[in-house]
Design a protein around this ligand. Structure first.
Ligand SMILES: *Cc1c(COP(=O)(O)O)cnc(C)c1O
Length: 390
C-alpha cells in the first residue's frame, strides 16, 4: 500500500559506542552529565542544544528519538516535549509577540483553539479562524501583522483536507511561518515539510506511541527554528519529556508501519460499512465530502489513517447515549491511535466552556479502530445500532 521507509526499524542513530550494542536502545535516566575537566564542561555548556549537559536540554534517549523523527518528517531537527499540546504551544509561541496575528483553521485541536482564543490574547496576540481549504481563504484573512498560519490537514473530528502546498507557498511569499498538526497522518502518511511547511507538530500520544501508555509531543523543524525554540520555549518553559516516555516512543516507532497499515485497513472497512448503514446520517473521513476533498486527499496522503467520525440519524439524546453505552469492543475514551478500539461521543463534550464548546453535533461519534478483527468491530456497532431501532 505505502512505501514505508525502513529506517523506522533500522539502526538509525543507534550505533553509538555508549549504547554497547544493545538491541533495544538504553534509557538514560539521568538529570545531568559530568565532565573530567572544566574545559570539557564549558564546551558542553556552550553547545547545550546539541550536547548532553542537563536533561531538560539534551538527553541521549530523547536525542535518538529526535533523530528518527526528523528523518521521518524530512526536517533537519525535532524537539521532544512532554505532550502534543506543549509541542504545539512552543511552536506557536516562538513565532509571535505582542501585536502579532495568527490565521488558523476553524476546527483545530481543542487546546490549540484555547491557546489562540483565551490565552494568547492576554499577551496581545490576535487570531482569525478560517475554514482554510484553499490558500485564498488564508490570504483574505492575512493582516499586515500576521506572523503564522496554523493548519491541520485533516483535522481530527471532521477530517477536512487543506491545500497544504498552496497555503505554504503563499506563506513563504509573505514571509509568514506555517505550523501543521500532523498527528492524524503520522509521518508515514504525510510529510508536510516536503510541501513547504515550517513546523510539523505531533501528539506522539496517539499513533507514534500506539499503545495509549504515554503522553508526549514532537515538533519537527529546520535547524534555525530548532535553535530559536530550544533557546526560548523549550528551555524556558521546560515541558520536556522523560527519558522513559521517549523510550516508549522509540519502541512505538519500531512497529509504526505495521500499525498504520492495519489502522488504514480497519478505517477503510469501517468507512464502507458506516457509509452504507441506514442508521448513519453522515460519515466524516478524508476525501469523503466532495470532489475537491477527494482530490486533496488523493494528492497529499500516502495512506488514510483509521480514525473517523459519523453522525447517527437518531437525534434523541437518550437514544444517542443508549447507542454508545451499548458498544462493548469500542470503549468510551477520549484518545485515539492505540491498540484498542475507542469511541468518543460528541454528546459528552462541554457546552458551557467557550474554548471547548463543541463545534460538533451531539449525534456525532468519533471512533478509533484498534487491531481487533474487523467483523467483530462491525458486529459491535451493529449490536449497538439494534438497541436504538424503533
Ligand atoms: C491529542 C491531540 C493533541 C494534543 O496532544 P497531547 O499529547 O494530548 O497533548 C493535539 N492534536 C491532536 C489532533 C490531538 O488529537
Amino acid at each position: 500500500m505505502t512505501d514505508y521507509p525502513d529506517y523506522i526499524i533500522s539502526l538509525l542513530g543507534e550505533e553509538l559506542p555508549e549504547f554497547h550494542g544493545s538491541v533495544s536502545p538504553p534509557i538514560f535516566a539521568t538529570s545531568n552529565f559530568f565532565y573530567s575537566s572544566s574545559d570539557d564542561m564549558q564546551k558542553a555548556l556552550e553547545n547545550e542544544s546539541t550536547t548532553p549537559f542537563y536533561s531538560r536540554g539534551v538527553n541521549p534517549t530523547l536525542a535518538l528519538l529526535s533523530k528518527k523523527m526528523a528523518a521521518l518528517e524530512h526536517t533537519e531537527q525535532a524537539l521532544i516535549f512532554s505532550s502534543g499540546s506543549a509541542a504545539i504551544a512552543a511552536g506557536i509561541m516562538a513565532q509571535v509577540g505582542q501585536g502579532d496575528h495568527i490565521v488558523c483553521i476553524e476546527k483545530p485541536y481543542s487546546w490549540t483553539k484555547y491557546l489562540l482564543s483565551e490565552y494568547l490574547p492576554r499577551f496581545g496576540v490576535s487570531h482569525t479562524f478560517v475554514k482554510g481549504i484553499e490558500a485564498s481563504e488564508y490570504e483574505s484573512a492575512t493582516q499586515e501583522n500576521t506572523r503564522l498560519y496554523i493548519l491541520e490537514s485533516p483535522n481530527s473530528w471532521t477530517f477536512e483536507m487543506q491545500d497544504v502546498a498552496a497555503i505554504a507557498k503563499l506563506a513563504r511569499k509573505k514571509g509568514i511561518k506555517t505550523l501543521i498538526d500532523n498527528s492524524y497522518n503520522s509521518p508515514l502518511h504525510f510529510t508536510p515539510a516536503d510541501y513547504g511547511i515550517d513546523l510539523v507538530a505531533h501528539s506522539a500520544t496517539k499513533y507514534i506511541s500506539g499503545h495509549s501508555d504515554v503522553v508526549a509531543g514532537i515538533l519537527c523543524c529546520s535547524q534555525e527554528d530548532y535553535d530559536l525554540i530550544f533557546r526560548q520555549e523549550f528551555m524556558a518553559i521546560g515541558s520536556v519529556a522523560s527519558p522513559f516516555s521517549a523510550w516508549l516512543l522509540l519502541r512505538g516507532l519500531r512497529t509504526l508501519s505495521l500499525r498504520m497499515e492495519k489502522s488504514a485497513a480497519q478505517g477503510k472497512a469501517l468507512y464502507e460499512f458506516l457509509k452504507a448503514h441506514p442508521a448513519v446520517a453522515e460519515v466524516y473521513y478524508p476525501g469523503h465530502h466532495n470532489d475537491r476533498q477527494k482530490e486533496l486527499s488523493d494528492h497529499y496522503l500516502k495512506g488514510i489513517s483509521g480514525m473517523l467520525s459519523f453522525t447517527l440519524v437518531e437525534q434523541d439524546p437518550t437514544k444517542i447515549r443508549r447507542f454508545v453505552d451499548n458498544l462493548e469492543l469500542f470503549r468510551l475514551a477520549c484518545s485515539w491511535g492505540g491498540y484498542e478500539s475507542l469511541a468518543f461521543p460528541a454528546i459528552v463534550l462541554p457546552t458551557s466552556a467557550n474554548y471547548q464548546k463543541a463545534p460538533f453535533p451531539p449525534n456525532m461519534i468519533r471512533i478509533s479502530p484498534g487491531v481487533e478483527e474487523i467483523d467483530l468491530l462491525k458486529r459491535d456497532l451493529d449490536h449497538a445500532f439494534d438497541k436504538i431501532k424503533n
